[in-house]
Design a protein around this ligand. Structure first.
Ligand code: ATP
Ligand code: MG
Length: 235
């Protein structure tokens, strides 16, 4: 079943007199349970695309259907419910709150859902354990390394059991060993729990964890490459 469908999506930014066509007509369809990568040079529109897929931003034109619902017709409230209930984000550059501990940051999306504090704490500790940060729960972001902050951001995306994970350079700040372990975690979520994953990466090896890669250039998808997924082959 198709989870999401984008049809001729365009995003134009106006900066003074200059028009930036961040997305210049993107059409794609992603099925439930797919694992896809997005690659392309800096400025090619990858984050813009992810923000639109994640209902954080609306396109200038085009149609976007998520579970057969037209996103462009949703109210702000419907958009935020969709985001909170279906989607886990790992942003490029973490977006952690500096005055909250690792645990506090991971708990945030659960607070928005009205989950009671004891359950919140248990779920958040479990998510931090999944990303290998069991012994860092009370650290503030400034007391964590870049890679550890990245993992807190991943735990925060996982903690609500989202159907769709959107990750912008999830391994960009990690050494290759930690990066591999995060990719294995993504693969497990995808294969065992059927979580749909869309990840942006500049690393060809990381892209191969997905089943296919969308190659972007100048706001368009140039080509789609299929992979024999690294790990499913070897399992
Ligand atoms: N808020 C904005 N206002 C104006 N232009 C923007 C805005 N956000 C992005 N752009 C422009 O849109 C284009 C696409 O940006 P985007 O962030 O999607 O690129 P990207 O592929 O994610 O790049 P990177 O690999 O560097 O993260 C760029 O040319 C950028 O300058
Ligand atoms: Mg980007």
């Amino acid at each position: 079943m198709s989870l999401l469908e984008l049809e001729d999506i365009r995003k134009v930014y106006h900066l003074g007199d200059v028009e930036v066509n961040a997305l210049a007509g993107v059409s794609l369809s992603i099925d439930e349970g797919e694992y896809v990568s997005v690659m392309g040079p800096s400025g090619s529109g990858k984050s813009t695309l992810l923000n639109i897929v994640g209902c954080l931003d609306l396109p200038t034109s085009g149609t976007y259907k998520l579970y057969d619902k037209h996103v462009e017709t949703m109210s702000d409230r419907e958009l935020s419910i969709t985001r909170n209930q279906m989607i886990g984000f790992v942003f490029q550059g973490f977006h952690l709150l500096s005055n909250l501990s690792a645990l506090g940051n991971v708990e945030l999306p659960l607070i928005y859902r009205g989950i009671p504090s004891k359950t919140r704490r248990e779920l958040s500790e479990c998510a931090l354990e999944q990303v290998g940060l069991k012994d860092r729960v009370h650290h503030l972001p400034a007391q964590l390394s870049g890679g550890q902050q990245q993992r807190v951001a991943i735990a925060r995306a996982l903690v609500t059991n989202p159907k769709l994970i959107l990750a912008d350079e999830p391994t960009g700040a990690l050494d290759s060993h930690t990066g591999d372990s995060i990719m294995c975690l993504f693969q497990e979520l995808n294969e065992n729990l059927g979580v749909t994953i869309i990840q942006v990466t500049h690393d060809a090896k990381v892209s191969e964890y997905g089943k296919k890669t969308f190659h972007m250039m100048d706001g368009k998808i140039l080509r789609i490459e299929s992979h024999n997924s690294i790990n499913s082959g070897g399992k």
